[in-house]
Ligand binder design. Structure first.
Ligand code: NDP
Length: 275
């Protein structure tokens, strides 16, 4: 029987995950089907249970269910435990469900392998304090940056995150007004670009050696990346690579095979730009 995988979210119709995993499966000659499942806001738990009662072997979980997936998993990897959010569910041999979070590992892989960006000893500014940022802080701190500064529209959330992650390395919360110098790397982990908006960062955070990354991606440059380009940033990168790499980490967890993400990323980039 063919193994079933899916991504559950709401909304889900624009998800690129089915196409990414279909390509991984073809590459690795794996007999599996991966689909996108729209789940009603109140119906997450029964949907997951039904899926695993059938031939379901693994799920990706996206907005707005990552916290519910964290609650539902019978056991958690340490990184999912720290992130308090789960984007990957894995059916274990004993029939229980393990929860993991591959977002942070995906971003670190995209930065370090695809983009050749060092994180060790770098000054990193993280903008945002939502679920996605929660998932990236520990994998980032494991790379031993000189410092992570975290800013957020709701300052208290940045403070709470800095407090809960300080055991893993040098991290502090600041207000936007307190930012007074350039960073080596800036990560936009807010959803501001979705609304065509910009977080109120002072221009001094970017100089000619700054690499700027927006977790969002779109056909055109996101407002955040346009802003960074105007300020003369050394490099601007969108979140398409993170999307493919977090999927690659999930695929490896499920199938034990590391897919070649480079070709898939290149194809997806061409599709996005309508080539
Ligand atoms: P959440 O809703 O959990 O968090 C949203 C964050 O954005 C909060 O910090 C919020 O601030 C901030 N924010 C929202 N609107 C604005 C605004 N207009 N100005 C300034 N700050 C704003 O979302 P997630 O953390 O789950 O996702 C964040 C982004 O990351 C999304 O765009 C998502 O698409 C992207 N993402 C990309 C992935 C990839 O693979 N490329 C993977 C995961 C996420 P406040 O706390 O004040 O509300």
């Amino acid at each position: 029987m063919t193994d079933l995988y899916a991504v559950m979210g709401n909304p889900i119709n624009h998800s690129k995950s089915p196409s990414i995993h279909a390509q991984f499966a073809e590459q690795a000659k794996q007999d599996l089907v991966y689909s996108a499942m729209l789940v009603p806001t109140e119906g997450f738990e029964p949907a997951v249970k039904d899926f695993f009662k059938g031939h379901g072997k693994g799920l990706n979980i996206t907005v707005p269910f990552k916290e519910q997936a964290f609650q539902l998993a019978a056991s958690l990897t340490p990184r999912a435990q720290t992130a308090q959010a789960v984007n990957t569910l894995i059916l274990q041999e004993d029939g229980t469900i393990l929860g993991d979070n591959t977002d942070g590992a995906g971003l670190v892989r995209d930065l370090m392998i695809n983009q050749q960006q060092e994180l060790t000893d770098k000054r990193i500014l993280v903008v945002g304090a939502g679920g996605a940022v929660r998932g990236i802080l520990q994998p980032f701190l494991e790379q031993d940056p000189a410092q992570i500064v975290i800013v957020n529209r709701t300052f208290e959330k940045a403070q709470l995150l800095a407090e809960s992650f300080k055991e893993f390395g040098a991290i502090e919360a600041k207000t936007f007004e307190e930012l007074d110098g350039p960073f080596d790397l800036i990560i936009n982990g807010t959803s501001a670009s979705l609304a065509g908006e910009l977080p109120p960062l002072p221009e001094v955070v970017v100089d000619a050696s700054t690499c700027v990354y927006d977790m969002m991606y779109a056909k055109e440059l996101t407002p955040f990346l346009k802003w960074a380009e105007t300020l003369g940033a050394a490099k601007i990168i969108d979140g398409l690579g993170m999307l493919v790499e977090q999927a690659a980490v999930s695929f490896e967890l499920w199938r034990g095979i590391k897919p070649d993400s480079k070709q898939v990323l290149q194809d997806l980039r061409e599709q996005l730009q309508g080539k």
